[in-house]
Every structure is written in structure tokens, then in C-alpha cells.
Design a protein around this ligand. Sequence first.
Ligand SMILES: [Fe+2]
Length: 216
Amino acid sequence: MVRCAAPFPPCSPPPTEPDEAHLHFMTKGQFPIVTNMHSRKQCLEYLDKIDMPRHIRRHSMLVAKVALFLCELLNRNGSNFDLDLVETGALLHDVGKEPTLATGHDHAQVGAEMLVGIVAPAVVRIVREHILLEPVQVEGPLTESILVNYSDKRVMHEQVVSVQARYNDLIARYAKTPFHRQRLLEKLKLYLALEEKIFSHLAIDPQGPEIMELKL
Ligand SMILES: [Fe+2]
């Protein structure tokens, strides 16, 4: 793997117009079914249609920015990430968040179910997997799903933070028992191992200004 000689600037803004040639509309209830929804505009329109709260929408947009930034850098170093898939998965990863706030259901599962038949299966998979990380995934190849998952752990609310800071917040809010705390600390260790793997292909530091200063 060739290392970057110097940090690259953030990726160029994604297209704002839908690529009609790749879209196929049908009808499912009140929403159009977009079997290959991979334009930013289409995704944001979907977020509007489901009334996603503004703070979750802005969080998702920043996750997409971080994920695209990392995948574009990795592509310049020989990877072949599908940037449309990364952006779509990132923009939609939390669609199940608000509907599950009151029920306590798994927002990744619910979000994935909301999107079945609306987006490509690969996008559904990203949404379903975005809160899961097992050692075997860290050891396996880097994928669009893993990169969206990792990028989500770099965005707390609407700000880029370190994985450690994101987990400090999760532990403070959700670790009600020593068992829960231990589980979260084990996850943190896995995400730090994943981070090391991702950045071993890049010439920037995980806490470098190139990524920490990304904003909407
Ligand atoms: Fe998220």
C-alpha cells in the first residue's frame, strides 16, 4: 500500500442533483421506492419525508462527510470504496433512531427494516451493521460498512471527536452497571484497533486537524 506523501484536502462536495439514469421509482405507501438511491439529494429528501429530527439529520450529514473523507483518502492509496454507497449508507444510518426512542428497540435493525425495498441491499446492510463490531470484522477487509460504522464513532452529536471521547460519553450515559461499562470498554478497544488499521493506510493522524476540523 502506497502511503500518502501529505494529507489531502477534504473531498469535493457530493453531487446535489439526482442521477436519474440510476434511479428506478415505484410506490410503497407514501414514499417512492428508490431501488438504487445513491444521490445525496434523494437521501436528504427521504430524511425529510420521515421527519428526521434536525439534530439527527445534521449528525448523519457529518458522519457522511467523515466517511467520504476517509474513503476518498483510502481510494487515493489504492482502495476501491464505492463512494456513493458510503454516502448513502452514512446519510441513512440513523433512520431508525427517532422511531425507537420511545420503544427502546434496536435502532439499527428498525432502520434497516424501514429501508428494505427502498434502497439497495448493500445500503440496508450498512444501516443494520452500523452499531456492530466483532474482532473478526477488525481482522477482515475494510468495507464501506466498516468505514461508515467507524465514522459514526467519530461524530458525537454534530461534532467530530476522538473514538475515546465518543466512548467516554457513551459510558457516562449508558454504563449503569460494571458489566455494561466493561462491555463498552471492550468495544472501545475494538474500535481503537480498527482505527489503527484504517490509519495504517493513511499519512494523517486519527486526531489530526484534517479530520478533527471537519464540519458541516
Ligand atoms: Fe449515528
